[in-house]
Design a protein around this ligand. Structure first.
Ligand SMILES: Cc1ncc(COP(=O)(O)O)c(C=O)c1O
Length: 326
């Protein structure tokens, strides 16, 4: 295993299943679709952060931390899974969330509170700046904070998706299926960077396409290259990455991060009604909406086998309410 020597705790439910989507594939009449169910990784509702946290928490424990501190949006899946991982590891958790406290706790925020996390509202300040101050405040009170970076996306966290790609290649070899293309939502970059490191090292011949959820493609590619290079270096792999090594589609960012539009709404309804598969309003709804659009435009060969990597986000669906137009 590429991540063999990297400290890791085992808190995610792995390997996650790969399921075919036969009704949806038939309905679209394009490539054959499968889904990798990282929405089933556990940690209070599943998602891609569980894989990153296995490596991040191991580092936190090795450093003698007593508190995890991280930041994100009000409906951050990363914050919720960090709070769950902290509880499960006997650590305390402080979350710095963007903006002001809403009137009601729903979805991920409700779970953050249930999981015992302390919440600090960044209000008018950038959450990542407040994060540094909050960690300092904790230190001055005698606590030993470990700062989990935004989205869990540093080289240690990205190891989760190096291991995930190995898991996928192992599963596809056993099942005798090779996927021509992997599609998923990409934002802070740890998922895509980790997948790319393993894909190159292990010689995966297919295409890895990140559908950007917020950034323009050049900005995301600029973030991915140094992250992937540093992740490879951490693992002792002699690989260097350039921005052009990453395929990013930024055509579905719509009105911006977290703004639920027709693209996401239609994708969420279609996946639920045709396959009983729940997507989230911010990440997988957008990426799957993009994938559906690309299929309808004929961007892929109908003979292809295509894997949608479901990165989680279910709790945010319960905060979407009327925006889903049921
Ligand atoms: C459900 C979900 N999917 C995808 C992503 C994006 O993954 P990454 O930040 O590794 O690019 C996130 C991250 O916040 C997420 O919560």
């Amino acid at each position: 295993m590429l991540t063999e020597r990297q400290p890791r705790i085992r808190i995610a439910h792995l390997p996650t299943p790969i399921e075919p989507l036969p009704r949806l594939s038939a309905r679209l009449g394009g490539p054959k679709l499968w889904v990798k169910r990282d929405d089933l990784t556990g940690l209070a509702g599943g998602g891609n952060k569980a894989r990153k946290l296995e490596f991040l928490i191991a580092e936190a424990l090795a450093k003698g931390a007593d508190t995890l501190v991280t930041c994100g949006a009000v409906q951050s899946n990363h914050a919720r899974q960090t709070a769950a991982a902290a509880a499960k590891s006997g650590l305390r958790c402080t979350l710095v969330l963007r903006g002001r406290e809403p009137h009601e706790s729903q979805g991920n925020l409700l779970l953050d509170r249930l999981l015992g996390a302390e919440i600090v509202w960044a209000e008018d300040r950038p959450a990542d700046e407040r994060l540094v101050e909050v960690a300092e405040e904790l230190r001055s009170r005698g606590r030993r904070p470990y700062v989990v970076p935004y989205g869990g996306s540093n080289p240690v966290g990205a190891c989760g998706y190096v291991a995930a790609m190995e898991e996928l290649l192992d599963q596809s070899a056993r099942a005798g299926i090779s996927f021509d293309r992997i599609v998923f939502p990409s934002s802070s970059g740890g998922t895509q960077a980790g997948l790319a490191v393993a894909a190159r090292t292990l010689g995966y011949p297919g295409e890895i396409l990140g559908v950007s959820v917020d950034l323009g493609a050049p900005a995301l590619q600029e973030k991915l290259a140094p992250l992937a290079t540093a992740t490879a270096e951490l693992l002792g792999l002699p690989e260097a990455f350039l921005p052009s090594d990453f395929l990013v589609d930024d055509g579905y960012v719509g009105a911006g991060y977290g703004v639920l539009g027709d693209l996401e709404r239609d994708a969420i309804h279609l996946a639920a009604e045709t396959e009983g598969l729940l997507l989230d309003p911010v990440y997988t709804g957008r990426a799957f909406g993009g994938l559906l659009d690309l299929i309808r435009q004929g961007a892929f060969d109908p003979g292809e086998r295509l894997l949608f990597w479901h990165t989680g986000g279910l709790p945010a669906l319960f905060a979407a309410g009327e925006r889903l137009r049921l």
